[in-house]
Design a protein around this ligand. Structure first.
Ligand SMILES: Cc1ncc(CN)c(N)n1
Length: 227
């Protein structure tokens, strides 16, 4: 088993809960209500801000030029196609300027940003790669479940398409191989640290989706026990 496979396996069942989240199923069906899609994207734009800084840390801490180039390629996508998508989606969803630049953060967003900021400031290259890998691999995995026909609304369809395409798969495959390469040189303590980070980041992904619902029936009170 590779290091990346080991990290993911040790992060179950949270990993599968992210990949099979009800929010994702609603997205595939094109039925995330506008209000929830708006709050998800507003919060995610704040996630992306921290994520971009983390990508910068990977460029700075990589141990070779080819690795810096690979990470820089992903920075290109985040700052162009993905950023343009956010702007068009915000326009479509009537997101006011204040929510685009400085919204009140959900606790889930704040925790994820804190994890990324700590790793950006103090993490080793292995630590940085570990958090990046969770954020990208979970998104590749859920997007890989997408049905053939996209939902009609571009806000839903393009968010799926940004994570279900050969270039994104190639980037995640590279990240996995890089984590495996760097993992070979780590001692036991460093590997354990990567596992803790991987598990924490996976938990953050789950909390992030949970924060945007939908609320499960048993919590809503229309489960089998309710009269
Ligand atoms: C919360 C979250 N995690 C991951 C991704 C994919 N970069 C994202 N956009 N948002």
């Amino acid at each position: 088993m590779t290091f990346s496979e080991w990290l993911r396996e040790r992060s179950e069942p949270a990993w599968t809960k992210v990949v099979e989240h009800r929010f994702v199923d609603e997205l595939f069906a094109g039925c995330v209500p506008a209000e929830r899609m708006r709050s998800y994207l507003v919060q995610d734009y704040q996630f992306v801000d921290g994520f971009l800084a983390l990508l910068g840390a990977a460029v700075a801490r990589a141990d070779r030029y080819t690795s810096r180039l690979a990470v820089a390629g992903s920075i290109g996508v985040v700052t162009s196609e993905e950023n343009t998508y956010f702007q068009r989606a915000f326009d479509e969803l009537d997101v006011p300027e204040s929510d685009r630049t400085a919204p009140v953060l959900d606790p889930a967003t704040a925790e994820f940003r804190e994890l990324m900021a700590d790793t950006t400031d103090k993490g080793s290259y292995a630590d940085v790669l570990t958090v990046l890998l969770v954020a990208e691999w979970t998104y590749l995995d859920w997007a890989s479940r997408a049905p053939d026909s996209p939902p009609p609304n571009f806000v839903h369809a393009e968010w799926i398409a940004l994570h279900a395409n050969p270039e994104f798969r190639h980037w995640v495959d590279w990240l996995r191989a890089e984590v495996d390469r760097i993992g070979e040189g780590l001692d036991e303590r460093e590997r354990a640290r990567c596992l803790r980070l991987f598990q924490h980041a996976t938990r953050c992904e789950l909390d992030f989706f949970d924060a945007h619902g939908p609320v499960p029936p048993d919590v809503r009170g229309d489960g089998p026990d309710e009269g």
